[in-house]
Design a protein around this ligand. Structure first.
Ligand code: GLU
Length: 553
């Protein structure tokens, strides 16, 4: 019997003659999608933590699949080959988190099993598929077992260091590359541990030309590494799983982080050795930020940057729309321009293109993100704001939730202030900031937080408040409100003529701003608030009177 056949049988005793690559081709046929339709996939490891880079990548995948045609496919594939790092429930969390940002998959792993005809979608359940392809590579002399121990590999590394040669398992260093097949069979039958390695035929003095959808034309030396395809437990490495899965899931566009560029030469050789047609590749830039201490650009870090983990956005209560909107501006440089011409449109209407993705690091700027979010919230209706705040508070601030939900109409009436016009108020960027902004609407949260104007004496303050308590009416419109304040100004030597005040401030005790701020601090506890007359109307005369009189004591 052919020695290679014998070798493949001892390695994969469970495979039969029917288990061929051709049978896989038939089982997972070309998808027959419309011209231009794209198939993308997200391939996270279920390690339980998701970061902004994952969301950035997922959004790019999702947009690429769904922008061009209506039958593109976005797959969720779970890379669970490293069971030591796996966290129970991580798959549910991935789906839940991405779902909360409005990112939905068409196919793949779901909370209850798999959905789709190209599965299974969890790599550990795909062992047989990898083994079938690996057997073909063995039979064609492109894969072989390697029995090197950790110590032997460390010794090779040390020798390469000493000789100043490239690191790795290749060429003359590849001890088992030309090992006697009968001996290899004997070792396996003897129960010795081994991995399956790729047999590279590459020549690094030759170049490979490659076109990446984001990076453009690339050129790199051919691979010569005999990298591992299957680990000693028969589970594939990322490299092998990537080629097998993306081929048999019929991925058209592999969108993945640019950290994979360094092993791209491996993948190119492996795609060719397997006889599979390569998909298009989009290597996405890393999400970066400006380091506050050093002022230099660096990768976002889960340890240093709270905004790196997705949990941050939920805890702070940023609307999903804000995060997506901001990421869209990072993903496609022409998005902002499109947005200013299409203010009302959904981001899904934007003609997303992989080729418009930046090829150097995407700079995440928390201050800019907050501005984007403030803008998004400012365009919401009072009902939407109420919904957002109360949903967040229910999970994160029970006391505030109770207060809010005791009278939703009251909350909506103050959320309505300054909304809807051409220049809506931009108070908060996330729901966790709201309580501070609106606390004075509730007696149980109200307190005088800021000082009364300095240039108003305690005596004047009391007199102003007492007078005002007498003339104030909840029915006052803006004009009536203003006229009343003016009367008080005149009485106590504060001017309502701002021009005169600016020209000669010493001629007056102060201006109408001071007088209205006395009332503002008494009623809201602070120096800044939305239009005071409107705020007082919402508060109602009972609260207003009580606070004015209390401050006049
Ligand atoms: N599990 C890999 C990662 O998280 C997936 C890379 C890919 O998309 O191919 O980096």
């Amino acid at each position: 019997m052919d020695k290679l056949i014998k070798l493949s049988q001892v390695i994969f005793p469970e495979l039969t003659d029917e288990d061929t690559v051709e049978s896989l081709e038939a089982l997972f046929p070309e998808r027959g999608l419309k011209e231009g339709a794209k198939v993308t996939r997200m391939a996270p490891s279920p390690t339980g933590s998701m970061h902004i880079g994952n969301l950035y990548g997922a959004l790019a995948d999702e947009r690429i699949a769904h922008t061009a045609t209506d039958d593109g496919v976005f797959i969720l594939r779970i890379e669970d080959t490293d069971d030591k790092r796996e966290v129970p429930g991580a798959v549910d969390l991935i789906i839940k988190y991405l779902g909360a940002f409005g990112i939905e998959f068409d196919e793949g792993a779901t909370a209850d099993g798999d959905s789709g005809a190209y599965g299974p979608y969890r790599q550990r359940s795909r062992a047989k598929i990898y083994h079938i392809v690996a057997r073909k590579l063995i039979l064609e002399g492109r894969a072989y077992p390697c029995f090197c121990t950790e110590e032997e590999l460390a010794a090779i590394h040390a020798a390469q260091e000493e000789n100043k040669e490239n690191f790795g398992y290749y060429g003359k260093w590849a001890k088992y590359r030309d090992f006697d097949i009968d001996e290899a069979i004997a070792k396996i039958e003897n129960g010795e541990s081994y991995v399956l390695r790729f047999k590279s035929l590459g020549d690094p003095s030759k170049k490979v030309d490659f076109k990446d959808q984001i990076k453009g034309k690339l050129s790199f030396p051919e691979n010569d590494q005999d990298f591992v395809l299957l680990k000693s437990d028969g589970i594939p490495t990322y490299h092998f799983a990537h080629v097998v899965d993306d081929h048999f899931m019929r991925t058209t566009d592999v969108v993945r982080g640019e950290e994979w560029l360094s092993t791209l030469p491996w993948h190119v050789e492996l795609w060719r050795a397997c006889g599979f047609k390569m998909p298009r590749f989009c290597h996405t830039a890393q999400v970066m930020k400006l380091d506050e201490e050093t002022g230099t650009k660096r990768k976002m870090s889960k340890r240093k940057d709270p905004e790196c983990t997705l949990g941050f956005y939920f805890e702070k209560g940023y609307p999903a729309k804000s995060t997506i909107e901001y990421l869209m501006t990072l993903l496609n440089s022409n998005y902002e321009q499109w947005r200013s011409a299409n203010k009302e449109a959904s981001y899904k209407e934007f003609p997303f293109k992989a080729s418009n993705m930046g090829n150097s690091g995407a700079m995440f700027d928390l201050a800019k993100f907050n501005d984007v979010s403030k803008n998004i919230i400012s365009q919401m209706t009072a009902d939407e704001v109420y919904e957002g705040v109360s949903t967040w508070a229910k999970e994160n601030d029970e006391d505030f939730y109770k207060i809010l939900s005791a009278d939703p109409e009251y909350a909506k009436s103050y959320f309505a202030i300054g909304r809807g016009g051409k220049k809506p108020r931009k108070d908060f960027s996330c729901w966790s900031e709201v309580k501070d902004f609106v606390s004075y609407y509730y007696d149980e949260l109200f307190k005088i937080e800021e000082a009364f104007p300095e240039n108003v004496s305690a005596e004047d303050k009391r007199a102003i408040l007492k007078d005002y308590a007498e003339i104030y009416s909840a029915e006052d419109d803006n004009n009536a409100w203003f006229e009343k304040i003016k009367t008080i100004c005149d009485k106590y030597g504060y001017t309502s003529d701002m021009k005169a005040y600016k020209e000669n401030p010493d001629a007056f005790k102060g201006s109408i701003t001071d007088v209205s701020n006395v009332i503002r601090v008494a009623v809201t506890g602070r120096n800044n608030s939305p239009d005071l007359c409107t705020v007082m109307k919402v508060l109602g005369s009972e609260r207003v009177n009580k606070r004015i009189l209390a401050a006049a004591e």
